[in-house]
Ligand binder design. Structure first.
Ligand code: MG
Length: 387
């Protein structure tokens, strides 16, 4: 039934478990069950209306947080299967990794972080954990989705030391401990981080070209892209024709993805063999074991800085970013002035420290979709931004 797992893969039989004990499901492993809970959550459905790079209303074919998360899961699972890692865990982490993202992508996150600076700040990774631990209220017996330690560990990709200390005080030796010990998460979690990077580097090229903000000609300065473009044209010279631009783009990106996936599999498999961790837990105490070869790391770096210079900092993207920051800052100020207008939330089942008004406001704003935030902004300020 299950693929053979490497000794260092996370085995659901040895999970460190859930925070609230539950009877196991009759036919599904704990990691499959985590994945299913994530797919059925409200936060997951909101991802479809949240920006990845381009705002949702800018075009129907651009990636959203949802399609991005599905691409991360696809890449993660392919690599996991080849490395005999736990595919279900990889899928669960991939589908949950962006649940805490604000509307309007990184612009929204930066703006909310700035608003929250006097109140402990806002980190989207920490927020993703907060969504699955606290904010989803759909079970009678606990708050959150009560996911396994391993899925939660993967969701908390980064965490500041101060936040790690605060989390660790609530859950001693829990998912924040590694940020204090400076150890690694499971190999499956390491894999999701890299799959995330591979996914956005590739789809941002596609969306960037589709938007007209970057061109195939500009991309010739990126070796990772251009080597595959040349190989594609050598095999299919008819794609030189301008009318075949999209086919050439897709085939190039497809080859680029394969090259990176096979590189990760080869490099990681060599690292895993050399380190030979005896268990999933032993791997947490070693250096990272999932990664590109040195040559691929450099090529991927060139692509990243290309996207930063030419796409993420494109004047048109920066203009939208400025407006998005305005919307978030205005919403934050409006709710802080009138916190009684925040919708009521179900009473938490578990004892929680009294939440500050600012944190409740941040939770509410972070949960919004792009369009809900724009409409709410228009209602509260009478201004039409990003609509
Ligand atoms: Mg992501």
């Amino acid at each position: 039934m299950t693929a053979i797992l490497a000794p260092y893969a996370c085995d659901p039989q040895n999970t460190r478990g859930r925070r609230f004990a539950e009877v196991s499901a009759p036919t599904r492993t704990d990691f499959q069950r985590d994945r299913d809970r994530i797919v059925h959550s409200s936060a997951f459905r909101r991802l479809v209306y949240k920006t990845q790079v381009f705002l949702n209303h800018e075009g129907d074919l651009f990636r959203t947080r949802l399609t991005h998360s599905l691409e991360v899961a696809q890449l993660g699972r392919s690599i996991a299967r080849a490395l005999h890692l736990n595919e279900d865990l990889v899928e669960a982490i991939a589908l949950a990794h962006d649940l805490g993202h604000t509307p309007f992508g990184h612009a929204g996150q930066d703006a909310l972080n700035a608003c929250m600076a006097p109140f402990g700040g806002f980190e989207h990774n920490l927020q993703s954990l907060r969504v699955v631990d606290v904010l989803e209220t759909r079970y009678p017996q606990f708050d959150g989705l009560n996911l396994t330690f391993e899925t939660r560990e993967g969701v908390l990709k980064h965490c500041s030391r101060a936040n790690a200390q605060a989390l660790n005080a609530q859950e001693p030796g829990g998912v924040a401990q590694r940020f204090l010990d400076r150890t690694q998460p499971s190999i499956e979690a390491q894999l999701c981080n890299l799959a995330d990077e591979i996914a956005y580097n590739a789809h941002d090229i596609d969306d960037g070209v589709r938007s007209g903000l970057i061109t195939l000609a500009q991309l010739q300065e990126v070796p990772l892209f251009d080597e595959q473009r040349r190989a594609t044209l050598a095999q299919y010279p008819q794609l030189e024709d301008a009318s075949q631009g999209r086919r050439l783009l897709y085939e190039t990106i497809r080859r680029m993805l394969s090259e990176q996936v096979y590189d990760v599999i080869a490099a990681s498999s060599a690292a895993l063999q050399a380190a030979a961790p005896a268990s999933a837990d032993a791997a947490r105490w070693l250096s990272p074991l999932i990664g590109f070869s040195e040559a691929m790391r450099e090529k991927s770096q060139v692509l990243k800085s290309f996207l930063l210079r030419n796409l993420y900092r494109h004047p048109q993207v920066m203009h939208t970013t400025g407006q998005a920051q305005q919307v978030i800052a205005d919403l934050f100020a409006a709710y802080m002035d009138a916190p009684q207008t925040l919708p009521a939330r179900p009473t938490p089942l578990t004892a929680q420290a009294e939440l500050s008004v600012a944190r409740q406001v941040a939770d509410y704003i972070a949960g919004m979709t792009d369009r809900f935030a724009s409409r709410e902004h228009a209602r509260l300020t009478g201004q039409q931004l990003l609509a």
